[in-house]
Design a protein around this ligand. Structure first.
Ligand SMILES: CC(C)(COP(=O)(O)OP(=O)(O)OC[C@H]1O[C@@H](n2cnc3c(N)ncnc32)[C@H](O)[C@@H]1OP(=O)(O)O)[C@@H](O)C(=O)NCCC(=O)NCCS
Length: 197
């Protein structure tokens, strides 16, 4: 994993993808990647379906706001957007928690791309945000691939919000997955045989 600093809009260069800030020119690629019920099925209702060009333009504006931690996942070689990832801020007494979200174009599933993104992006957040204590993600119970990528990054299943989601005529339990700063450090240390600083 390489951290990029300076004026570049690239956040992380990984083995299988690049994480960078969104650009105005990304709108069509976002639609091509995101406009699929396979993607929206397990996302919250704020993720548009169908996903239009205007939705993409709006998202690029939101992600471009000061302090935003929403990023594009791009192909390593051609720099085309194939997914999104990032953190939602919480306020008040929860401000030292960030909520992780992510999605990938179905064309690229099953290649280990998100496993690498979640693991690296979580490390990036703990290193870049010294006051951050906790990253959490909520996942519909049937979304086994998503649970797997979180577990591989060291997230723990902290509880289940039973029947929390009613979507497309079906009721779902939702798993709360969390990663605490000190667990992350221990996890990275064990995984790499080194220390996370
Ligand atoms: C979930 C998602 C991000 C995974 O991305 P990905 O790049 O395909 O994930 P990876 O390839 O790194 O790893 C997924 C793992 O889960 C496994 N998996 C996928 N579906 C599975 C299922 N139904 N049951 C069990 N394992 C499953 C894959 O086989 C893979 O494991 P492996 O490497 O041992 O083969 C992607 O499927 C996606 O964007 N889904 C739609 C949006 C979404 O659900 N976002 C998350 C909301 S919480």
């Amino acid at each position: 994993m390489a951290y990029i600093t300076g004026s570049s809009d690239v956040i992380l260069k990984l083995g299988k993808s690049v994480i960078r800030r969104y650009r105005k020119s990304d709108a069509e690629a976002i639609v091509a990647a995101a406009d699929s019920h396979l993607v929206s099925e397990y996302m919250t209702a704020t993720f548009p379906s169908p996903y239009t060009l205007q939705d993409a333009v709006n998202w690029i504006d939101i992600a471009g706001q000061e302090g935003s931690l929403f990023f594009a996942i791009c192909t390593f070689d051609s720099d085309i957007v194939i997914g999104g990832c990032g953190f939602q801020h919480l306020t008040g007494e929860q401000s030292r928690t960030k909520v992780l979200g992510y999605w990938l174009s179905p064309r690229y599933w099953g290649q280990g791309i998100m496993t690498e993104v979640i693991s690296s992006l979580s490390s990036w957040a703990f290193e870049q945000l010294p006051t951050l204590l906790r990253i959490e993600a909520t996942v519909i119970e049937e979304n086994r691939g998503s649970i797997k990528v979180l577990e591989r990054a060291g997230f723990h299943h902290e509880g289940t919000r039973r029947m929390a989601v009613f979507k497309n005529g079906r009721i779902h339990n939702v798993l709360v997955m969390g990663l605490i700063r000190h667990e992350w450090k221990d996890f990275v240390e064990v995984k790499t045989g080194g220390v996370a600083e």
